[in-house]
Design a protein. Structure first.
Length: 123
């Protein structure tokens, strides 16, 4: 039996600001933005090429905005990912090269923390 992680909930304080950040700055794809009721809004966004999406909204979680740590996406080129983020106004540090990969770190407007990893060459 396969167990596939397909959705991670991200707590945010401002849904429209988070949507703008993830779509316009990070370059994620907007899958859904549905206002179900006055107290329930569901926004689902997927990183390019990912089988797992993130969701945030109103009435989705009671976790504190900005409390998520350890989210990680994998890319072919950490330098290109860093440049994309910089070009779109995202605060990001230098590429951190480790034996297990090269990393770039950023946070969304609420402080939810992401790492972007380029896997090391294994050949």
């Amino acid at each position: 039996m396969d167990w596939k992680l397909e959705l991670v909930i991200i707590p945010v304080s401002d849904v429209d600001r988070a949507k703008d950040f993830y779509v316009e700055k990070a370059g994620f794809h907007l899958d859904h933005d549905q206002r179900v009721t006055d107290t329930l809004r569901f926004v689902q966004i997927t990183p390019p090429g990912s089988a797992c999406s993130i969701a945030f909204g109103t009435g989705i979680t009671d976790a504190a905005p900005g409390s998520v740590r350890g989210l990680q996406v994998v890319v072919d080129d950490a330098n290109a990912a860093r440049q994309h983020l910089l070009d779109h106004g995202v605060a990001v540090g230098d590429v951190d090269v480790q034996p297990w990969g090269s990393f770039v770190y950023f946070r969304d407007p609420d402080g939810n923390a992401w790492s972007v990893q380029q896997l090391p060459n294994r050949g």
